[in-house]
Design a protein around this ligand. Structure first.
Ligand code: HEC
Ligand code: HEC
Length: 430
């Protein structure tokens, strides 16, 4: 299987059933490509903990839906094709397919076609962009059966460095460990000594919306997830692949200390691999798209409170705020902002230049602008003409609900052009 897929067998004695099944796992979203010094991606060398900026779950689920519809329309042809493609299938597997899987798939497809006519009752995102809250609401029955939830609380997959510095989790800080203070400063000594098990216990609940697992089964994964988080805490994001102007970066460090650290944390003075020293876990309103923060509402909170996770592990809250993200590993996680609405750091720091539309999915890394390499063409920040993306890109329209590219403007106001260059050089180091 490609990285990020897990493979298993579903077996039952009565009726006799045997099916090989696949699901996505953590690395489907949390492994990204390596890059060469000029920013060319090498998707054959995946780096764990970095975001998969190309994974398009909306295109994936629509593709599977169309294929299942086409395939099950002519059952004879389907079974013949399966026999040809998978000659090693046992008799039991073939019978399971014919008598259990195909009829159940047809029934499910018939129900979906006559209802919302979509594979899922929520919008499933765009490249590197997921709708975990929409998925969780569907899984917990907050979205009524047969209804389509059009709300667009999309979240861009983050880099997973330095997570032990967070006192609250998710883009709005909706999840805190039970009994803990939601937003407070965490320093390096505490982060290093911190028991990762309560974080792993929260992360186990992510398996419900992101992987479709039954909640009851996710708690068994907590010991493994503790190991995953220990591994991530001990590793540092890989260094920026391109060249960095050290003199500019030194000047950028001062700009960061003046304008950014109060919300994004204090790093040590090192100019090769700065390490986070303390993180304030600041949350508030910086004028960015409110879609994500709004979809986590009181109905969802009370549904979570009724689960075992809500009772014992997670203190869920409707915060009405956005949490300032960790900037460690920032260079690999374009497009920027929680809703992935800004293609490069340069655009983020120059609000009037933010493009209304841009290409996303399988990009080359811009080593000068930091983010999606592109050129303006017909009003779109498009991939350079000589570049062949490794995935099927999508044009993001920031005029659409959930994709607004405004906000975080006062935070970067008053920075001169020179200071901006310096700040970009410095941010490459994080
Ligand atoms: C479908 C894609 C997807 C899958 C699969 C997935 N994640 Fe995530 N993960 C995300 C997104 C998106 C976020 C950011 C959520 C937010 O900030 O609201 C995230 C956030 C996280 C965070 C940071 C939480 C925080 O707020 O700081 C951790 C830790 C994490 N995931 C671990 C895991 C683990 C472990 C697995 C496998 C069990 C996993 N994820 C599976 C997409 C995914
Ligand atoms: C008042 C607090 C505050 C200040 C000051 C601030 N930011 Fe932010 N920043 C935020 C918040 C909140 C977000 C998340 C907003 C969202 O996604 O809706 C954010 C998001 C970002 C992101 C996007 C990260 C990602 O992973 O997509 C970057 C980059 C960033 N800030 C850089 C900076 C820089 C550089 C400065 C200093 C010039 C700065 N910020 C100053 C609060 C702040």
């Amino acid at each position: 299987m490609p990285l990020g897929f897990s493979l298993g067998t579903i077996e039952r004695t009565l009726p006799p059933l045997r099916v090989t099944a696949i699901n996505i796992g953590c690395a489907a979203c949390h492994a990204g490509p390596a890059y060469t010094p000029d920013g060319t991606p090498n998707p054959a060398a995946a780096v764990l903990g970095r975001p998969n900026t190309a994974l398009d779950l909306e295109a994936f689920s629509q593709g599977v839906y169309r294929a299942l519809k086409t395939g099950s329309a002519d059952e004879m042809r389907l079974l013949e094709a399966v026999a040809r493609l998978f000659p090693d299938m046992t008799l039991r597997e073939r019978l399971s397919l014919k008598w259990i899987v195909v009829p159940q798939t047809r029934a499910k497809l018939a129900a979906l076609s006559s209802g919302v006519d979509k594979p899922l009752p929520f919008a499933n995102g765009a490249p590197g962009l997921t709708n975990g809250v929409g998925s969780l609401k569907a899984r917990l029955g907050v979205t009524p059966a047969g209804r389509y939830d059009a709300s667009a609380g999309f979240v861009s997959i983050p880099d997973l460095a330095d997570r032990s510095f967070r006192s609250a989790f998710l883009a709005d800080g909706a999840y805190a460990p039970s009994g803990a203070v939601r937003f407070r400063t965490i320093g390096r000594a505490e982060a290093e000594a911190r028991d990762t098990k309560p974080i792993a216990a929260i992360a186990s609940f992510f398996m419900v919306p992101s992987m479709g697992l039954a909640r009851q089964r996710t708690e068994a994964a907590i010991p493994d997830l503790t190991l995953v988080l220990d591994y991530l805490s001990a590793s540092r994001p890989p260094r920026f692949p391109g060249a960095i102007d050290r003199t500019a970066a030194a000047a950028g460090r001062d700009v960061y200390a003046r304008a950014c650290k109060s919300c994004h944390g204090v790093y040590d003075a090192n100019l090769t691999e700065p390490r986070l020293l303390s993180f304030p876990n600041w949350a508030g309103d910086v004028g960015t798209d409110p879609s994500r923060q709004r979809v986590f509402d009181a109905n969802l909170k009370s549904a979570i409170d009724k689960t075992g996770h809500g009772r014992r592990i997670i203190d869920a809250a409707v915060t009405g705020k956005m949490a300032a993200p960790l900037l460690s590993g920032l260079w690999s996680s374009a497009p920027y902002l929680t809703n992935g609405s800004i293609p490069t750091l340069r655009h983020l720091l120059t609000p009037q230049s933010r493009p209304k539309r841009f290409m996303s999915g399988g990009h080359r890394l811009s080593v000068s602008d930091v983010g999606i390499d592109g050129v303006m063409r017909d009003g779109v920040w498009a991939f350079p003409p000589d570049y062949q993306p490794y995935a099927q890109p999508v044009e993001i329209d920031t005029g659409k609900t959930g994709f607004a590219n405004r906000g975080h403007e006062r935070e970067v106001y008053g920075i001169s052009e020179r200071e901006r260059e310096a700040l970009i050089a410095y941010l490459k180091l994080l």
